[in-house]
Design a protein around this ligand. Structure first.
Ligand code: BES
Ligand code: ZN
Ligand code: ZN
Length: 468
């Protein structure tokens, strides 16, 4: 599907279908009010009405806010793809262009790699009609770059654990580096041993795929600030010897979503040509069972020198991140350091499926992120640290346990575990994003469809745009 920005009444566009958003308020005085009402259309949010004879599609929106337009547009594009229209037009302006592009690209996203008889949509062209192409072209390009990077992340998340294992992850990062002119460094198990990353290595030991640490760098000439992005890249999380129940194991290919998101972020930022230096670090590992598996009762010596008592091998993401965070801090002195991880089921319990959990020490930074989230159309909420929860990670045998002694507050205790690996001088630069709920969905919502959502990509692209 091709999307073009075109001047209103300028070039002759031979579009077959035109789309119009209608609010409940606007319906009252709409020229087609009678026919629309006859068809039962009340302009409710996400409702639709086709006038086939007139080649018009009316889409209901509660009001014209970006969130509502994006969602309605997502529903509309899915319906349009089922018709035999080959092209469609939307009217756009400065206010709604981003929402409409996201609705079209993200709502119209399909992942058919594993389908042998995937139906091809007839819709080939979407024209965005505006008054002033010059004025909107920057916003147009920007929204397309970010939406495409989100789809790129989704494509990676949706790959099966057999197809996207840690060495393949590294190959895909190398490919992105080549295409986008990034530096790329890959550490295999031999190098990880040299780096003393025993915590990360333990998690991947029973896998037949070698664990990989991926480091991509985007280094423009006049970069004023540096952003480090760290992603949990568990290409499969079976739980290890603390094996997941069968029903919880399904979907655990998405445990690499943090790693896939940071690839999407560096892709977007480098294509937007932002004036900041960006580093993406990914711990790509598979958590499996076997005679060689790490066990509950093991004590691991992390790269930082701190020891960890393993009490549950399913709390593996934090073991990988402990070493990757330590490595990232030594290699790069960043102004901001953000990690992305499908880290805890507890985050889902706390915030629901749709919202990313944000944790860290700096209230100011959390506030900045909250503003970026709102602008980007992603949902994020902060979960607060406290010293009582911190005590629950105590171990009788090592410096800390990899799980909390309490079943409550698991998203925060997981973040407090990561906090133990954040150096004093970086405490206020670091935020942890738990995307366990927001990274993957089995039911469509907003502009998300079944599978990976690309959570984090739009949010961090927005934040990075404002870094100076
Ligand atoms: N990858 C999971 C977290 C997860 C759960 C992501 C559901 C997405 C949906 C993580 O590695 C995990 O298993 N966490 C455990 C931690 C527990 C053992 C302390 C969990 O959340 O149950
Ligand atoms: Zn796990
Ligand atoms: Zn996991």
């Amino acid at each position: 599907m091709k999307i073009e920005l075109i001047k209103h009444s300028g070039e002759k566009v031979k579009s077959e279908l035109s789309v119009e958003f209608v609010t409940t308020q606007a319906l009252k005085s709409h020229e087609e009010r009678k026919s629309l009402e006859k068809a039962g259309f009340k302009a409710e949010q996400d409702a639709m009405c086709f006038f086939y004879e007139k080649n018009k599609l009316f889409c209901g929106v509660e009001d014209e806010t970006s969130d509502n337009l994006r969602s309605s547009c997502g529903v509309a594009i899915k319906a349009m793809k089922l018709t035999s229209y080959k092209s469609a037009t939307f009217g756009v302006n400065e206010e709604n262009i981003k929402a409409i592009i996201e609705g079209v690209v993200l709502g119209g996203y399909e992942f058919n790699q594993y389908k042998t008889d995937a139906k091809k949509s007839k819709l080939k062209n979407v024209y965005l009609i505006c008054e002033d192409v010059k004025k909107l072209s920057a916003a147009f390009e920007e929204a397309i770059i970010v939406a495409d990077a989100t789809c790129y992340t989704r494509d990676l998340v949706n790959q099966t654990p057999e197809d996207l294992n840690p060495p393949v992850f590294a190959k895909l990062a190398e490919k992105l580096a080549k295409e986008n002119n990034l530096l790329c460094e890959i550490l295999g198990e031999k190098e990880l041993k040299k780096e003393k990353m025993e915590s990360m290595l333990a998690v991947g030991r029973a896998s037949r795929h070698e664990s990989q640490l991926i480091h991509l760098t985007y280094k423009p000439k006049n970069a004023k600030q540096t952003l480090s992005l760290i992603g949990k890249g568990l290409t499969y999380d079976s739980g290890g010897l603390s094996l997941k129940p069968a029903t919880s194991m399904v979907t655990m290919k998405m445990d690499k979503a943090g790693g896939c998101a940071v690839l999407g972020m560096i892709k977007a930022i480098s294509e937007l040509k932002l004036d900041i230096e960006v580093h993406a670090f990914i711990g790509a590992v598979e958590n499996m069972i076997g005679g060689d598996a790490y066990k509950p009762d093991d004590v691991l010596l992390s790269r930082s020198g701190k020891t960890i008592e393993v009490r549950n091998t399913d709390a593996e993401g934090r073991l990988v991140l402990a070493d990757v965070l330590d490595y990232a801090q030594e290699k790069v002195k960043a102004d901001y350091m953000f990690d992305f991880a499908t880290l805890t089921g507890a985050c889902l319990a706390a915030l629901g499926q749709y919202t990313t959990g944000v944790m860290g020490h700096s209230s100011k930074l959390k506030h900045e992120i909250s503003k970026s989230a709102t602008l980007s159309g992603e949902l994020a909420a902060s979960l607060p640290f406290n010293n009582h929860l911190k005590k629950l990670l105590k171990s009788s045998i090592a410096d800390m346990s990899n799980i909390s002694s309490s079943p409550y507050g698991g998203a925060i205790t997981a973040a407090l575990f990561l906090d133990k690996f954040i150096k004093e001088e970086n405490k206020d630069k670091w935020l942890h994003f738990d995307i366990a709920g927001s990274a993957y969905t089995e039911t469509p919502w907003d502009c998300n469809v079944y599978g990976g959502t690309g959570a984090g990509v739009r949010l961090i692209s927005e934040f990075a745009k404002n870094m100076k």
